[in-house]
Design a protein around this ligand. Structure first.
Ligand code: G3I
Length: 345
């Protein structure tokens, strides 16, 4: 009898491999452990600094963080040659203290550029040659500063239009399409270990955008440019159908040897909130995580803010909101519990 008890005790002590753990996770960090993927959130840096309850939930729930705005060019170099790293450093330091990985967002975008840059290009005081040097210095300075502290960079963000044409940003207009290869090479030289991504929205379903982005990736790979991943932003709305082919689109990029990440997931709704809308929202979140887990190369699921208290949606979509996993009081919504119920395939 005694040997049986000892045997049972030894069996009970054997740690279950992550995928065999079928209990409902305690929280999203536990879900990340069980499923073996990074579960993250964009971080509003003012809230991280000023709101203890926000900071507590962020650090309890997430293994991965993205600077919502603190690492954008207008934030880090508001005046030419004058760098303001304090907010970005605060995010990176908090992540280090809380066993979180950091996603860098974003080195090159057409939005949130500092006025000195856009004005200089517009009035011609910054010509194409100088613009390329400025871009190289920006990418190199920022990627080098956080060398070894950023798991992956959104190197370029939103470079393709919804009709499949290349976005006519100041970068394409003045530097030509080669700027994309340039910035990937500069980022890789500055931080050889960081994974380098293209990030965009509507890649979940928009065929022209998907096809052009696939072509960009193949062209970069043919040039030997270091590109490692594709970021699907995942900004969904329950007033639209769920993008049912998302997993297959993920697989098409994965087949090129890329990592896949859900980088900015949120599911907005036309207000007011109702129990039915919350149920549909939960289904969308659940399907998105299930789609990610069904693709081996998808190992990151990041929400674009975790609380309705701080979401970009109300300011950008009039009459819409409630897009996040937790409400304004940081109480979990059905979508949060739906994610905890998702099992690894
Ligand atoms: O920092 C200024 C502040 O000084 C000023 O008082 C205030 C009022 O004008 O504006 C503040 O800047 C705002 C900034 O967020 C920081 O809060 C800008 O107005 C506002 O436009 C900006 O919005 C951000 C938006 O990108 C800009 O396009 C959102 O917070 C951010 O969530 C959103 O994130 C993007 C991703 O980077 C890329 N994918 C799409 C996603 C949603 O648009």
């Amino acid at each position: 009898m005694k040997s049986l008890i000892i045997a049972l005790a030894l069996v009970a002590a054997i740690p279950l491999p992550a995928h065999a753990d079928h209990r409902t996770p305690r929280d999203l960090r536990d879900l990340a452990h069980q499923t073996g993927i990074r579960i993250g959130s964009a971080v509003d840096i003012a809230s991280l600094r000023d709101e203890a309850d926000y900071r507590k939930v962020l650090n309890r729930e997430f293994t991965h963080v993205t600077a919502e705005n603190a690492m954008k060019w207008e934030s880090v170099e508001p005046e030419r040659g004058v760098f303001t790293w304090a907010d970005a450093d605060a995010l990176v330091d908090n992540a280090r203290r809380n066993n979180q990985k950091v996603r860098g967002h974003t080195l090159v975008w057409h939005n949130q550029l500092p006025a000195w840059l856009t004005t200089g290009v517009e009035n011609g005081t910054i010509d194409a040659a100088e613009l390329r040097n400025i871009l190289r210095d920006h990418v190199t300075t920022q990627a080098r500063r956080y060398k070894g502290k950023i798991r992956a960079w959104d190197v370029v963000n939103e470079v393709v239009n919804d009709d499949g044409t290349m976005r006519q940003s100041i970068w394409l207009t003045h530097l030509g399409p080669g700027y994309i290869a340039d910035v990937f090479r500069w980022a890789h030289r500055a931080d050889p270990h960081a994974k380098l991504y293209i990030n965009d929205y509507n890649l979940e379903w928009n065929v022209p955008k998907i096809e052009t982005t696939l072509s960009i990736v193949k062209d970069l790979q043919a040039q030997g440019v270091p590109i490692h991943g594709i970021g699907f932003q995942g900004h969904l709305g329950i007033q639209y159908d769920y993008p049912g082919d998302w997993a297959n689109v993920m697989r098409r990029f994965a087949d090129l040897g890329l990592e896949v990440a859900v980088t900015e997931m949120d599911v907005r709704m036309v207000l007011p909130v109702t129990p039915e809308k919350l149920t549909t929202q939960a289904e969308y979140y659940q399907r998105a995580l299930t789609d990610c887990l069904s693709v081996k190369a998808c190992r990151e699921f990041t929400v674009w803010g975790f609380t309705d208290r701080h979401s970009w949606v109300p300011g950008w979509f009039e009459g819409e909101g409630a897009a996040c996993l937790l409400d304004e009081n940081l109480a979990p919504k059905p979508a949060y519990h739906a994610l905890l119920g998702v099992k690894k395939a």
